[in-house]
Design a protein around this ligand. Structure first.
Ligand SMILES: [Ca+2]
Ligand SMILES: [Ca+2]
Ligand SMILES: [Ca+2]
Length: 231
């Protein structure tokens, strides 16, 4: 089997976490992984793309609602009021961390896609972050189901449950799907490189989310290249 988890994964895992938030993200993901993923193949995820896309698009109205001055971005003050309405009471530090985690320029505010990523991170972390009561929900049931699908997809790919998707895990997932077609490794590599933003050889949940939103198609059309390989 070509998809075993190599030594490199273990070395990279000991890298210092970028931030407290990233550490929380990895912990949360490891906890979710304990119960495993209901997904059995990459295809089951891909089949869900249209539904996920539709559900994420519905967030657009939420985004517009919180973009109070309708300038196309949500700034930090608008976000704080947004969290307030969702009954999430983050500290300023946590809001800062979230902005940083999503690599959002604080002066510019966040665009729709970054908002989706941020909400999904909040969903993942809602059991950990101080501001969210254990009984607090995002009040968006369809969205929670969608975010759960995304988390399941990540857990499916993260075979060794360390909170990161490594290159070999990606190859393994693609190989299972395509039963060893010779082009599959190349496709897996390309998918992986798309995901691994900071090129550190591991994909964390945040990187996965940004790639995922692109795959399901909530991005602007100009970003769509020859993406037929997944089908
Ligand atoms: Ca705004
Ligand atoms: Ca892993
Ligand atoms: Ca990375």
């Amino acid at each position: 089997m070509g998809g075993t988890v190599g030594k490199g994964d273990i070395l990279k895992r000991t890298w210092k976490h970028e931030s407290k938030l990233e550490a929380k993200m990895v912990e949360a993901m490891q906890r979710r992984a304990v119960t495993g993923s209901p997904l059995r193949s990459l295809n089951t995820i891909i089949l869900k793309f249209p539904k996920i896309d539709e559900s994420l698009r519905k967030c657009r109205s939420t985004f517009e609602q919180f973009d109070e001055d309708s300038n196309g971005v949500i700034d930090q003050e608008e976000l704080k009021r947004c969290f307030h309405k969702l009954e999430i009471s983050f500290t300023d530090e946590e809001v800062n961390d979230l902005f940083e985690a999503c690599e959002i320029n604080k002066d510019m505010g966040m665009k729709f896609k970054e908002f989706v990523v941020l909400l999904c991170l909040v969903y993942l972390l809602k059991d950990d972050l101080s501001g969210i009561q254990s009984n607090s929900r995002l009040e968006m049931p369809h969205l929670e189901a969608t975010f759960q699908n995304v988390v399941d997809a990540f857990v499916f790919l993260d075979k060794n449950h360390d909170g990161y998707v490594s290159k070999s895990e990606m190859v393994e997932a693609i190989n299972e799907t395509t039963s060893g077609e010779h082009s599959s490794r190349r496709i897996a590599m390309r998918r992986f490189e798309e995901m691994d933003w900071d090129k550190n050889g591991m994909v964390n949940f945040k990187e996965f989310l940004f790639a995922f939103t692109r795959w399901v198609g909530i991005d602007d059309i100009e970003d769509e290249e020859e993406d037929e390989d997944m089908e």
